[in-house]
Design a protein around this ligand. Structure first.
Ligand code: F6P
Length: 363
């Protein structure tokens, strides 16, 4: 029997289960293949005893409609920067990739499919360079991978954020308030931008375009007449004022990233300090954007990615990541996949279009 190992790494994302099911279903159409899953990214391989499960039809039936990942995930399992707790409680990062390569070879997998974002695909590339037959599948609600036109999960996150904004608009209007809604987007403002356009916000603040607080107050004032009016602001968690820093806290122990969140409160204070008279309320949307059932679009995209990933395995076309390009499901080298991020370009059509709708970016 030939064996393929599947795993999900980094933050979860609606559509992960649809990819897993797509791989398993396509593999069942071929003679002599078995599909396995490693629990919690590569941690399932590292653990003694190992946590690797066979992806039988029972385990994958109907999972495409479920949020999360049946294989669990972690952002503390990078084999190249593996967090190891020291006797004094501090964390030291160690390169355990050689150990992982050895274990994967001993287990005799004919291919490994790594479903994850940019960090995970850098791991795929490093393992491929060390001789592991790797295939990558891109995922992230942030849509910040440049090698694919879209990642699954993004559309679902935008829908959730838009539904929330619609609700905030009506209460903003009733109370003549400024509503600030914070969405995810550490370095890329795609969720904020699409949500602001879809929900009809007046202000959209993203990491790629630093904002001037005075200009925001001017935009807000334009919407008020004798204290009456309302404004909706969508802000990405990584957005920053032209002057000042963003709110972050230490990441959880063993995580490589600081944790963002709370920039809505910071903006609220900046607006008040700059003379904004209107009443302001803040909503931090957080992880609801990442949970729950994927949209139909994301189920389709994720399922197609799963099928394509297994077909690359069949072709022995390793060292590649599946991608959506010009409406085709195709693949790119892991090299290309990890070369650059997909940030919002300040002079792109969508930013100009948003400005054409009267949305201010505070620039
Ligand atoms: O997947 C990326 C992301 O959505 C970022 O926008 C956000 O900063 C991060 O996940 C939060 O992830 P967690 O709370 O799981 O560390």
């Amino acid at each position: 029997m030939k064996k393929v190992l599947v795993l999900t790494g980094g933050g979860d994302c609606p559509g992960l289960n649809a990819v897993i099911r797509g791989i398993a279903k396509r593999a069942r159409q071929e003679e002599g293949w078995e599909v396995y899953g490693s629990i919690e990214a590569f941690n399932g391989v590292f653990r003694e005893p190992q946590e690797i499960i066979k992806l039988t039809p029972d385990r994958t039936a109907g999972i495409h409609v479920k949020g999360g990942t049946i294989l669990k995930t972690t952002n503390k399992g990078n084999p190249i920067k593996f967090p190891v707790e020291q006797p004094d409680g501090s964390i030291k990062f160690e390169d355990r990739s050689d150990d992982l390569v050895k274990k994967l070879k001993e287990l005799g997998f004919d291919a490994v499919i790594n479903i994850g974002g940019d960090g995970s695909q850098k791991i795929s590339k490093a393992l491929f360079d060390k001789g592991i037959p790797m295939i990558g599948v891109p995922k992230t609600i942030d849509n910040d991978l440049s090698a694919t036109d879209m990642t699954f999960g993004f559309q679902t996150a935008v829908q959730i954020a838009t539904d929330s904004l619609d609700r905030l608009v009506s209460t903003a209007e009733s109370h003549y308030r400024v509503m600030i809604m914070e969405v995810m987007g550490r370095d890329a403002g795609w969720i904020a931008l699409h949500t602001a356009v879809a929900g009809g916000a007046e202000i959209c603040l993203i990491p790629e375009i630093p904002y001037d607080v005075k200009k925001l107050v001017e935009r807000i004032d334009l919407r008020y007449n004798n204290g009456r009016g309302f404004v909706n602001i969508v802000i990405a968690e990584g957005a920053k004022a032209k002057e000042g820093t963003i709110t972050s806290s230490e990441g959880s122990k063993g995580s490589e990233h600081v944790r963002l969140g709370g920039v809505a409160y910071q903006l609220s204070k900046q607006l008040k300090d700059a003379g904004c008279k209107a009443e302001i309320r803040e909503t931090v949307l957080g992880h609801v954007q990442r949970g729950g059932t994927p949209s139909a679009f994301d189920r389709v995209l994720a399922s197609m990615f799963g099928v394509k990933a297994f077909e690359l395995v069949l072709e022995k076309n390793f060292g590649r990541m599946v991608a959506l390009r010009n409406n085709s499901i195709t693949s790119v080298s892991l090299d290309e996949a990890t070369r650059e991020s997909n940030f919002v370009k300040p002079n792109s059509d969508i930013v100009r279009g948003a400005k054409g709708l009267g949305i201010s970016f505070g620039d």
